[in-house]
Write a protein that binds this ligand. Sequence first.
Ligand code: FAD
Length: 174
Amino acid sequence: MGGGSTVVATGNIVRCYEKEFKEMGIDLSQEFKEAENEIPIRLSTKEIQASGSRAIYEAALSLGYQMETMPKAIDQQKCIKCGLCINGCKQGAKWTAKNYLNQAVKQGAVVRYDSRVEEVLIDQGQAYGVRGVNAEDEFEYEADKVILAAGGLGTPVILQNSKINNTDVGKKAG
Ligand SMILES: Cc1cc2nc3c(=O)[nH]c(=O)nc-3n(C[C@H](O)[C@H](O)[C@H](O)COP(=O)(O)OP(=O)(O)OC[C@H]3O[C@@H](n4cnc5c(N)ncnc54)[C@H](O)[C@@H]3O)c2cc1C
């Protein structure tokens, strides 16, 4: 769906795999900073912490563990602590990637829903579009730039169907 898994995510915003990517020669520090500036992040406070979370937090502190509050992309004025973040936030309190999608649409982007991409079209090592199916038919879209972002499960399958000459795709976990 529009917004992908961020719609069902719980709004915790922490950096991950920064070190691992750096070891592979990919430095994402600038991109992390940019994202952190764009997404409205606040440390969670009592206002949005469920009683269970609060109890664990206080019990851990009393036992001498170091507990830190989670940076969240949640508008604490709108959150009603229902605990149903993973069903999609009905209060509109949680930031999701739909915010970016809506911005793109306002600037003229067209979103094609119900369209399953099956393959990136590649010619002489250069991606020039995608092929897939929708409710009516097969489709092909051509573009100067193709960004494949179908998530951890979708992306490898599309790459396996595409002519990228890499037999390892989707086979190495972790
Ligand atoms: C319940 C839950 C809670 C989470 N909580 C957090 C959290 O608190 N903090 C955090 O950082 N992360 C959290 N995550 C993880 C986070 O949501 C994901 O890591 C992140 O959204 C992945 O982004 P992505 O763009 O790679 O893929 P996705 O968000 O999965 O987006 C992929 C998009 O591609 C589309 N797609 C897939 N295959 C195709 C295809 N063949 N053709 C066309 N479109 C396709 C999908 O419909 C989707 O819109 C959570 C995830 C879940 C499921």
